[in-house]
Design a protein around this ligand. Sequence first.
Ligand SMILES: Cc1ncc(COP(=O)(O)O)c(C=O)c1O
Length: 400
Amino acid sequence: MNDKRIEKEINSEIKRQEETINLIASENIISDDVSITLGSVLSNKYAEGYCNKRYYGGCNIVDNIEEICINRACKLFGVSFANVQPYSGSIANLAVYKALLNIGDAILGMDLSAGGHLTHGYKKSISGSEYKSYFYGLNNNGEIDYENVLQIAKKVKPKLIIAGSSTYSKKIDFLKFRKIANEVGAYLLADISHIAGLIVAGLYQNPCSFADVVTSTTHKTLRGPRGAIILSNNDLIMKKINNAVFPFLQGGPHMNTIAAKAVCFYEAMQKEFIDYQKQVVKNAYLMCEEFKKIGYKIVNGGTDTHMFTINVKEKGVSGFEAEKALEEVGIIVNRNIIFGDKNANDVGGIRIGTPSITTRGFKEKEACKIVFFIDQVLKNIKNDLKKQNIKKEVKKLLKK
Ligand SMILES: Cc1ncc(COP(=O)(O)O)c(C=O)c1O
């Protein structure tokens, strides 16, 4: 590489990823095939528009690729229509709002502090500034209270209800959300960004037959390139969504990413992918139960998924302090807002996810060791010598 400055940074990042235990629930490690596709000549191609209706010449090959990608997405999730162009999950959600709502319409999503995403109506996001956003939270057990969601929906009369989360670790009952949406005459959007891989593997209810629209990122449990997809069985809704994605929100689709999404869907159709997802869930469950055994409080009471959030505030440590101290020993997590936190800059939780470590081949034994390391760090947050010893243990585990 001629650009030595960036080459050096990339090499440092390769080393960082290899030499740390990554527990960030929204990250994963793409396959070489996905990586090669992302870096292919497809990156050179402009293709504004949709298959066979482009605004550029020379699109016959990328038309084939986008068609393959759409067909695979439809087969994988059991839907009739897919838009595979969204650059990100945030854009995918905005495209749904543009397609189904007018500015100022009411939407109902999960509160950010309960696990909702910024694009589910947070006031500082366009989803909360341009639409009238209302929120549902969690009950005292840290679970979604569907009766309460219904009561709020009856009161605020949303045009759209969002079922989906960035941290909720118990199963969401999409059928219950469908019934609530029906009672108040709202559209239902299922945002499966985190759980898409689990759904494909049959480990989580597939909302595609209940929701009017489903959005998902492709880079979390699905283990593909950064980007997103929008799925629906409704022809009219999909036409509006296509117009919202292009030309309303986006320009030329990133054809290298669309091809990489197609490769990711191919990989997700293989038996190994189901085995992988089973191990992801097994590792998360085991770690969560281990944390419970040694006295940690789990925000949603447990996990049915690839992730969970532990309350570190109860142990006298802030989320920020925990994140920093764990990074010092080579364990990467993200601090997370938990119910009751007053300030987004001073949060009491850390979120733990298993997609990356499972891709690296970690199983039950390694998962248990990581819980032990985390507990030791949190108990010795100011003890540098102890942390140095744990760092050595982390390195040993990674070398195995
Ligand atoms: C539930 C959910 N929806 C949407 C998004 C947005 O995805 P992106 O970061 O690709 O915009 C995320 C990202 O974390 C998410 O967790």
